[in-house]
Design a protein around this ligand. Structure first.
Ligand code: GLN
Length: 456
């Protein structure tokens, strides 16, 4: 695996840190466990962790100058859990700074390239995680998803990515972006691996007060290839204007395939979908502006040394430490939360959030699941959207509503348009990950799209 990383990294740039010694040490431990008969399906399996998830003694930068030298003194719960199952961590993955973005172009260090076409983005913010899985530089990866950051890069790189139900996976040790939306999840080469990683990381954690005390099933039991008895809705608002025609064609074929596998497919409508983007870009920046207040040059990370006063130090620290997108979000958020504007923006957004959630609740009274495209377009060119933040924000229209509602979403390879990967998003009610796995697995087994790998 380390050799493969050496070979591919010059082109893909998915890793902020390669943890070679750490990996060799963990591999020796895994060998000992296997020799003594104490092992499970993830023992000795290489993994890459998004650089927003704390790893004890290993640099955790959030791809930001602010945390360029930050070495956490503890492991995130998900890392503890994977370590206890014999993970071999090969490194930390590049991302958009503090997980704000859709392309990894907001990384303060470098942009990750899509292994299917090196002139294109891998998606984001978990672009490093997705590109590395696609390029065979790791077997699986962890990402975080606040508005699509696991599913959209999974779709762009032809792999599987799950945003679990809010509260299903502990956020302890995940550097906070927007706490009511953030969730950790797996990026894997197929649905089986995704179920195996979920078996390891899901569950209640006393150290995360939003984590749900709800039993964790064996997700691999859901992997069956028959969809008879399932009713799946196709919400027409997700087949939006501005959606690429070739993506629509792939989705039409995918929907026909699901029907052939026994599912009953029916068009439906979720009219509040059109407010999701606006709601997200009030709530996420508001929460981010509060969460990022802690980077003041005193407690963590970078600290400006050439300042004349305490205020000057704070200002210089934040001026140098944060990149332009992070500053934009902090400004948006502090504005939306300020006295006089709070009711008009933040409170209003919270109310519409409730409407969006209720609309999904109602849909799931009639349907076992919903399917949509993961993204309205194929992976775009590096640099194509960097000058136009609104265009960049639009690339998440299909994924944002899912975080707003707190429901689970799985992206699986759906096929190819113009030679580039297209993802299909499968949605379900809270804690219905098993249904999503069943649909994803049946589709994967029937089509084989997920088996295609880029030549790199
Ligand atoms: N692209 C979205 C944003 O920029 C979502 C990011 C995420 O899910 N972390 O906020």
């Amino acid at each position: 695996m380390l050799q493969r990383i050496d070979l591919a990294e010059g082109k893909v740039h998915a890793f902020v840190t390669v943890t070679e010694e750490h990996a060799l040490r963990q591999a020796r431990l895994a060998d000992e466990r296997i020799a003594s008969g104490q092992f499970g399906p993830l023992t000795g399996v290489p993994a890459l962790i998004k650089d927003v998830i704390c790893t004890k003694g290993v640099l955790t930068t959030c791809s930001s100058k602010m945390l360029q030298n930050f070495v956490p003194p503890y492991d995130a719960t998900v890392v503890e859990k994977l370590n206890s199952r014999g993970m071999v961590m090969v490194g930390k993955a590049n991302m958009d700074e503090f997980a704000m973005g859709s392309s990894t172009e907001n990384s303060a260090f470098f942009t990750t390239h899509n292994p299917w076409d090196l002139s294109r983005v891998p998606g984001g913010s978990s672009g490093g995680s997705a590109a590395a899985v696609a390029a065979g530089e790791t077997i699986y990866a962890l990402g975080s998803d606040t508005g699509g950051s696991i599913r959209q890069p999974a779709g762009f790189c032809n792999i599987v990515g799950l945003k679990p139900t809010y509260g299903r996976v502990s956020r302890f040790g995940l550097v906070a972006f927007a706490s009511s939306l953030d969730q950790i999840g797996p990026l894997t080469k197929d649905v089986t691996d995704c179920a195996l990683v979920m078996n390891a990381i899901a569950g209640h954690d006393r150290r995360d007060s939003t984590s749900a005390d709800y039993p964790v099933p064996d997700y691999t039991k859901a992997l069956i290839t028959d969809l008879h008895g399932l009713k799946i809705g196709i919400p027409k608002e997700y087949f939006v204007e501005g959606m690429q025609r070739s993506v629509k064609e792939v989705m039409d074929a995918a929907i026909a395939k699901l029907e052939e596998l026994g599912a009953q497919m029916e068009e439906t409508s979720l009219p509040h979908t059109k407010y999701a983007l606006a709601v997200y870009y009030i709530i996420a920046p508001s929460e981010a502006s509060a969460n990022l207040a802690r980077y003041d040059g005193v407690k963590y990370g970078y600290s400006a040394q050439d300042a004349e006063s305490m205020w000057d130090a704070m200002q210089k620290t934040r001026q140098y430490g944060f990149g332009p997108e992070v500053k934009r979000r902090i400004m948006l958020g502090t504005y939306a939360l300020s006295a006089g504007y709070y009711d008009a923006y933040y409170l209003k957004a919270q109310k519409v959030r409730t409407l969006i959630r209720r609309e999904f609740d109602q849909a799931f009274e009639r349907f076992d699941a919903l399917v949509t495209p993961t993204s309205p377009t194929v992976p775009f060119k590096i640099g194509e959207k960097t000058d136009d933040p609104l265009q960049m924000y639009l690339s998440d229209v299909c994924t944002l509503p899912i975080n707003i509602a707190g429901i689970p979403g799985l992206s699986v390879p759906a096929g190819f348009a113009e030679g580039l990967p297209v993802g299909m998003q499968i949605l379900g009610k809270p804690f219905s990950e098993e249904t999503l796995f069943r649909i994803g697995y049946a589709y994967e087994q029937a089509t084989g799209w997920g088996k295609m790998r880029p030549s790199i």
